[in-house]
Design a protein around this ligand. Structure first.
Ligand SMILES: Nc1ncnc2c1ncn2[C@@H]1O[C@H](COP(=O)(O)OP(=O)(O)OP(=O)(O)O)[C@@H](O)[C@H]1O
Length: 577
């Protein structure tokens, strides 16, 4: 239960409604006990010969109790759920904010299926805490205490007999707490792993089919399913023990009240017509505690989900926003790498080291080098997906770390090799960096990116929903959409990761034309794989093992016949014929 307490913080802003829900919950138990005790009193009186006319008042009171008996549980359930669902909406939003705060490195080291499982199922499980735990907990503390006082009024022995029963009942979840937490953690992590496996299998379906690896994949899914089954079985076994122990204690409690009450009546210490009421009061006072014990059976799973969600909510920003951001409204789009060094983890060698180069406003710099040389790392540092470890990257003289994230996104746009299309229209997909773009602006960007023609050939043109496209788009077309999206964002600086996929000659030409059109008017850093792109760049920066080994105008470098010339001869994708 202690693992759940931090969740109470999330109720800020909903405290009044929760208070009314809790009061309604307590009132529900009080009215239920009052009506049961009143009924038992009437039975006791009737059995001991009270004339029916004298019982009329009691019956009328019983009738009047029907209204609060209906209203109180309704109010408790309704209000607790209203708050629970509002809090869940808020928590889901905050979980997605946490994803955005993580560096891509953090995101890559966690499986997307696991993260999805936390964002959806773990968050959903918290409903049990917000809607079904808080109010019962308060009722379990308040109602039995009141019932004990009432029993003590009838006879202190009755209260004394019930006290150990209540204590034993409340202690059941405490004995089994460690097991419950371990079981809950096992169930939630097995569920997360199964989800990750299923997402992985779907994402890699093409490879699975191409390599005939369906059976192995199915076996992995079955193994994950079995692990979840085993964790759930262990959880149910313990929950069964809890249920049996609870039932046994409740039965013993009712028996104890009967035996003690009967003895008191026999000894003449309790009027016989009060015996049914005393037994009913004792039995009903156990109900709120039983309700909490019932919820507590699932608490292991809910608290494991809470730990996973709270862990995510506590993720700090990988790249913190500056406290006093620089004013970059009229900044010159001049990019400078000054002695930039970066490593992905303290125990890894630097991925890039002492990078020094400049991209003047309007210039295109092509980053070239063998695989693993540090091209993507250098480009991603300009997008501030990570912070540099040493040195600095500046835009118009401002260190990236002094520029607010929102301002940086207005300065630099990214053209990845392969565009991720969300399941919305192509137009809305292109609007990602500029939600208020008009259709004319979208079309203008798509024309520059050489994408307008093939988009208008789609069944619904710009209104085609991307999910309906399947694999209809070629690699070149996808990159042209990626370019259109970046152009529409209207930033002065572009980071372009040129597609390496093999394109046919026509696609190759269109892509080259798109890149050429895009570069004009932009300060561009391009991870270049194609000779056309490199030849037409203003400057080339060649990386090897994370260091700049040559830089200069492409023709000068070719003439120098050094590392760059060798790379061009041996590695680069030639121009289309
Ligand atoms: N997320 C990561 N975690 C740890 N090491 C990484 C990570 N990404 C890249 N590296 C390492 O950093 C170095 C530079 O990689 P980078 O991806 O920047 O090279 P690249 O020139 O872009 O290669 P490619 O052309 O194959 O994409 C490599 O040694 C690579 O293994």
């Amino acid at each position: 239960m202690t693992r759940l307490l931090p969740l109470a913080r999330l109720l800020r802003g909903h405290r009044r409604i929760i208070a009314v829900a809790i009061v309604s919950g307590v009132a529900n138990h009080v009215f239920t006990i009052a009506s049961a005790v009143l009924g038992a009193l009437l039975v006791g009186r009737a059995l001991t010969g009270t004339p029916a006319a004298d019982l009329r008042g009691g019956f009328l009171l019983l009738l009047a109790l029907v209204v609060p008996l209906v209203v109180a549980p309704w109010a408790e359930t309704q209000l607790a759920h209203v708050v629970a669902f509002r809090v869940l909406v808020d928590v889901r939003g905050r979980v997605y904010d946490s994803f955005a705060r993580m560096s891509p490195g953090d995101l890559l080291s966690r499986r997307s299926g696991e993260l999805g499982s936390t964002a959806i199922s773990d968050v959903e499980l918290l409903e049990t805490f917000f809607a079904h735990t808080l109010s019962p907990l308060v009722s379990a503390a308040v109602v039995p205490a009141g019932a004990l006082v009432a029993l003590a009024f009838l006879d202190p022995t009755l209260a004394l007999a019930l006290l150990p029963v209540l204590a034993a009942l409340a202690s059941v979840p405490i004995w089994l707490r460690r097991r419950a937490e371990a079981d809950g953690t096992a169930v939630r992590s097995a569920a997360g792993a199964l989800n990750a496996e299923a997402v992985d299998a779907l994402q890699g379906l093409r490879e699975v089919l191409a390599f005939g690896a369906g059976r192995a994949q199915a076996r992995r899914l079955r193994d994950s399913g079995r692990a979840l089954d085993a964790a759930r079985t262990a959880h149910s076994r313990r929950a069964g023990v809890e249920l049996a122990a609870t039932d046994a204690i409740v039965t013993l409690g009712v028996l104890a009240a009967l035996v003690v009450g009967g003895s008191l009546v026999a000894a003449g210490d309790l009027p016989a017509d009060l015996l049914p009421a005393a037994v009913v009061l004792a039995a009903f006072s156990l109900a709120p505690v039983t309700a909490v014990v019932d919820v507590a059976r699932e608490v292991g799973i809910v608290s494991a989900a809470a730990v996973r969600v709270l862990d995510l909510l506590a993720v700090p920003r990988a790249v913190p926003d500056p406290e006093r951001p620089a004013d970059v409204r009229d900044v010159r789009p001049r990019v400078e790498y000054r002695a930039v060094t970066f490593r992905y983890a303290p125990d890894l060698p630097p991925a890039v080291q002492d990078l020094d180069f400049t991209i003047e406003p309007g210039e295109t710099v092509a980053l070239v080098g063998h695989s693993g040389a540090g091209k993507s790392t250098s480009a991603h540092l300009l997008l501030r997906l990570w912070d540099v470890g040493g040195g600095a990257i500046t835009i118009g003289g401002h260190d990236l770390r002094t520029i607010a994230d929102a301002d940086l996104r207005r300065l630099v746009a990214y053209v990845p090799q392969d565009v991720h299309l969300f399941n919305i229209s192509i137009a809305d997909n292109l609007r990602l960096g500029r939600p208020d773009a008009t259709r004319d602006q979208i079309e203008a960007a798509a024309r520059t990116a050489q994408a307008h023609e093939f988009v208008t050939d789609l069944p619904d043109g710009y209104d085609t929903v991307a999910g309906e496209l399947g694999n209809l788009l070629s690699g070149g077309q996808r990159q042209r959409l990626s370019i259109a999206r970046a152009l529409l964002a209207g930033t002065p600086i572009l980071v372009l990761d040129e597609a390496v996929s093999n394109l046919d000659t026509e696609s190759e030409r269109q892509l080259a034309a798109a890149i050429a059109a895009t570069r004009s008017g932009h300060t561009t850093l391009v991870i270049a794989h194609r000779l056309t792109t490199i030849r037409t760049a203003d400057r080339v920066v060649m990386l090897e093992h994370g260091r700049v080994v040559e830089q200069g105008r492409p023709d000068d470098l070719l003439a120098r016949d050094g590392r760059f010339a060798e790379l061009v001869r041996t590695q680069l994708t030639p121009d289309p014929a």
